[in-house]
Design a protein around this ligand. Structure first.
Ligand SMILES: NC(=O)c1ccc[n+]([C@@H]2O[C@H](COP(=O)([O-])OP(=O)(O)OC[C@H]3O[C@@H](n4cnc5c(N)ncnc54)[C@H](O)[C@@H]3O)[C@@H](O)[C@H]2O)c1
Length: 363
């Protein structure tokens, strides 16, 4: 088991991350500090892994299980969680445990942040994406009919327990969806992580526990480094959006049918290509990035017309100014935020990218 202490500069909050195989066992000691334990999960995760929690906590907790799926990430689920908490007399000093992937983490996190103006929160992420991304950084929220994650708060948990045991039941696509965020982390900040991913595809896809623990830990450290300096997206945090401007556009145009990580993988390919055309990245490095994405079998096939993609960039929720600000790569392991790309170059990049990958990108 590995323990890391994160200190968030902006809110002076301290968070403890406990990671590694069987790190869930740590709950036994932690929960004595709270006035009652309230677990929010979904049916699928509970059927697969509830026995672990029961073994550790016996019957000393209240349980609420939601149906599985992004479509339940809405206000109605939040209301149900509030009712569950009030019916079972939760107080501000009770602890809500979000046990599941990013959907459960966002919903339970939002509920904890608003119930009695903020009760205690522990994340136990069970997908790769939630281990390296959504459980870290304090963003919570739910979807409205008009769009994803339109209501939310920033709220930090006391603990994040990242137990790699849970990955053994994750299907291949969910695993790859999380892995895209790890590839992104390497590209923006850690060449060593990129090299590790490049050299160990087989072991990683076979979920080699030691190696997975290592890459998760490195990817978590990268996100931690960014959010401890910029908790609420004042500036530096934008670097985490590499691959996401293009990726979010794909998600929007697919009506959120494409999985997040698969959209991000395409975004990484496109935004690396844009970095190359902008003169920041060498052809050789671009080839390595595309080669890595292909090695892990991400589809890089362009699907939507160029003009619809361009229109969609403009809707990016995180845009501060009139112009789209891109995160571009200066090297493998080094990114630069707030890059304005002139329209001619963007057209060239889109057309070039689409021509390159009419079938599958081939550089
Ligand atoms: N808060 C943030 O900073 C942040 C960042 C990125 C994404 N998100 C949000 O996270 C969500 C996506 O998260 P996700 O990819 O974890 O999706 P998810 O929570 O829907 O989980 C994906 C699927 O895997 C199942 N599952 C979970 N753990 C499992 C396990 N151990 N074994 C087998 N199946 C398991 C789930 O039941 C679900 O069917 C989106 O709603 C997105 O908006 C939030």
């Amino acid at each position: 088991m590995e323990k890391k202490l994160i200190k968030i500069r902006e809110s002076s909050k301290e968070i403890i991350i406990i990671s590694g195989i069987n790190s869930t066992d740590a709950l036994k000691d932690i929960l004595n500090n709270y006035n009652g334990t309230y677990i929010v999960t979904n049916h699928k995760v509970w059927n697969l892994w509830g026995y672990k929690i029961r073994d550790i906590l016996r019957n000393r907790f209240f349980l609420y299980t939601l149906p599985d799926g992004e479509r339940y990430k809405n206000i109605s689920s939040v209301m149900k969680i509030y009712n569950f908490l009030t019916e079972n007399k939760a107080t501000r000093n009770s602890c809500l445990i979000a046990f599941g992937g990013g959907v459960i983490g966002d919903l339970a996190g939002f509920s904890a942040s608003t119930y009695h103006r903020g009760m205690k929160l522990i994340h136990i992420p069970t997908t790769l994406l939630s281990m390296v991304d959504s459980s870290i950084g304090g963003k919570t929220g739910f979807n409205l009919r008009s769009g994803k994650n339109l209501v939310g708060t920033f709220y930090q948990p006391d603990y994040i327990i990242s137990d790699t045991n849970y990955l053994s039941s994750l299907d291949r696509n969910e695993f790859l969806s999380g892995l895209a965020e790890i590839i992104k982390a390497g590209l923006i900040s850690d060449k060593g992580l990129f090299d590790l991913l490049e050299k160990n595809q087989k072991k990683i896809m076979a979920v080699d526990k030691e190696l997975i623990d290592k890459i998760i830990s490195v990817a978590q450290n990268i996100k931690i480094k960014v959010i401890t300096k910029d908790e609420k997206e004042g500036g530096l945090r934008a670097i985490l959006n590499f691959g996401h401007t293009f990726g979010h556009s794909l998600e929007r145009l697919s009506n959120w049918k494409i999985m997040h990580g698969f959209a991000v993988a395409q975004g990484i390919a496109f935004e690396s290509y844009l970095s190359y055309l902008r003169g920041f990245l060498s052809l050789n490095k671009l080839k390595r990035i595309i080669g890595l994405l292909k090695k892990y079998d991400y589809s890089l096939k362009a699907k939507y017309p160029v003009n619809r993609m361009k229109e969609s960039f403009i809707y990016d929720k995180k845009r501060k100014n009139k112009e789209v600000e891109w995160v571009l790569l200066k090297d493998i392991g080094k990114a630069s935020c707030g890059e304005i790309v002139d329209e001619r170059l963007l057209d060239m990049a889109l057309e070039g990218y689409y021509n390159l990958n009419k079938n599958q990108i081939c550089l």
